[in-house]
Design a protein around this ligand. Structure first.
Ligand code: ATP
Ligand code: MG
Length: 238
């Protein structure tokens, strides 16, 4: 399994306007962290080079491992490469992308799937050229059923052709089935592992769940990993 290590550090809200603090690839595009996102982007491009409309699920074994942060920054580096990118907040239980990208969440995935609104009204262009967000919409009572519905398949079919890449931010694998449902609809799945936070047994359980749903596991991203001070990156870029 391919693995990449990401070490974030606390962000400052600097710059011409107060950009969302989780978007390190926007606020510090030349940082080591942003370079690591670029490397992950290159790997994904290679691994899915035969897919015109790439659909990628970002998930993790347990809550709070950094899925939404990583999904948002990955979407951003793909857009910076000139790609048309959609990031979907498929975490209908604990959505965050609307606040990361500072857009309203009145219309989104949930009420698009229940046909209360069209996807063109739900999708929002962000402040990054080429990057669109489909926020979660109001939190529904039945997230798994909505994600497994025919309406979800039809929605993906309708929108995927507008984009080079669609990234799904999803809930964790162990507590709920939502990611398992989505993995099957994507060409690739990336498992985020927060080092020091999640135990090996849970990671293995998550991997087995993905295998059961016939997910194409592209690799893992090791988040929050402390690089040693004499690491190659520091030596080269300090
Ligand atoms: N490498 C990191 N270093 C420091 N803080 C981080 C790092 N990765 C994520 N965070 C912070 O940890 C918190 C949880 O991250 P995030 O929301 O991306 O996780 P998640 O996996 O999407 O959580 P959930 O399962 O609740 O959806 C956020 O406040 C985020 O800014
Ligand atoms: Mg999240």
């Amino acid at each position: 399994m391919e693995s990449r290590k990401i070490k974030h550090r606390k962000q400052l809200n600097e710059g011409p306007f107060s950009e969302p603090k989780t978007l390190v690839t926007f606020s510090e595009p030349k940082s080591i962290i942003s370079e690591q996102y670029n490397t992950i982007r290159t790997n994904i491009n290679f691994m899915l080079s035969d897919q015109q409309n790439k659909k990628i699920l970002i998930t993790s074994a347990t809550p709070g491992e950094g899925k939404s942060t990583i999904a948002s920054n990955l979407a951003l580096v793909f857009a910076k490469e000139g790609k048309r990118v959609l990031i979907v907040d498929a975490d209908l239980r604990k959505p965050t992308l609307h606040s990361t990208f500072e857009i309203e969440n009145r219309f989104g995935l949930s009420n698009t799937l229940t046909k209360k609104v069209s996807y063109t009204e739900s999708m929002k262009e962000t402040f990054i050229y080429g990057l669109y967000v489909l926020p979660s919409g109001p939190v529904p009572l039945n997230p798994s059923e909505l994600l497994a519905s025919k309406a979800m398949d039809l929605l993906i079919k309708s929108i995927e052709h507008f984009f080079d890449i669609v990234i799904f931010d999803a809930p964790p694998l162990l507590p709920v089935t939502d990611s398992q449902i989505l993995a099957n609809k994507c060409n690739g799945t990336i498992l985020v592992i927060n080092s020091g936070h999640v135990n090996r047994a849970d990671v293995l359980k998550a991997k087995n769940i993905l295998k059961t749903s016939q997910a194409n596991i592209l690799g893992v991203i090791l988040n929050n990993y402390d690089l040693p001070n004499d690491h190659y990156y520091y030596g080269r870029y300090k």
